[in-house]
Ligand binder design. Structure first.
Ligand code: UDP
Ligand code: MG
Length: 145
């Protein structure tokens, strides 16, 4: 069954000029882009997105970073999209990420780690409508590669 996930290209990767690289990896892996936009979260919006991490030691730094510049929010769809995207992203800490993953190649620290991907269907169900309404999400068939 097809599944949707919410991805963000984080401010460090936008500033680094890696939007195309990151989006290209997902497209090359066969995921379908259902929605995509650039947005600059304010501090409160970043805190609300990451509300499950409130109270953790990295919450303040994370939300400061995530509101430090624009991000690119993307909805990707494929069977098993959540797991597939997490695998393409690599470990949270780029020092521990597998070679060839997005974080290994583009992230600079455990905080400034280039990309976000929903970690479960429940997270995706909160995160997708946080950025996109129904009319901003587009279903279409990708051409065979
Ligand atoms: N983060 C951090 N320090 C940590 C753990 C996480 O700054 O020790 C940041 C990092 O940007 C990470 C985000 O908080 O991507 C959310 O953490 P989570 O554990 O959900 O990692 P993810 O699901 O993004 O791999
Ligand atoms: Mg997470």
């Amino acid at each position: 069954m097809s599944e949707r996930t919410l991805v963000m290209v984080k401010p460090d990767a936008v500033r680094g000029g890696h939007v195309g690289d990151v989006v290209g990896r997902f497209e090359a892996a066969g995921l379908t882009i259902r929605a995509l936009k650039m947005i600059h979260l304010d501090r409160q919006e970043a805190e609300e997105f990451y509300r499950v991490h409130r109270g953790k030691p990295f919450f303040s730094g994370l939300t400061q970073f995530m509101s430090s510049g624009p991000i690119v929010a993307i909805v990707l769809e494929a069977p098993g999209a959540i797991t597939q995207v997490r695998r393409l992203m690599g470990a949270t800490d780029p020092a521990k990420a597998e070679p060839g993953t997005i974080r290994k190649d583009f992230a600079s620290s455990i905080e400034q780690n280039a990309v976000h991907g929903s970690d479960s269907p429940e997270s995706a169900a909160y995160e997708i409508p946080y950025f996109f309404g129904a009319l901003e999400q587009h279903a279409y068939e990708r051409a065979a590669r």
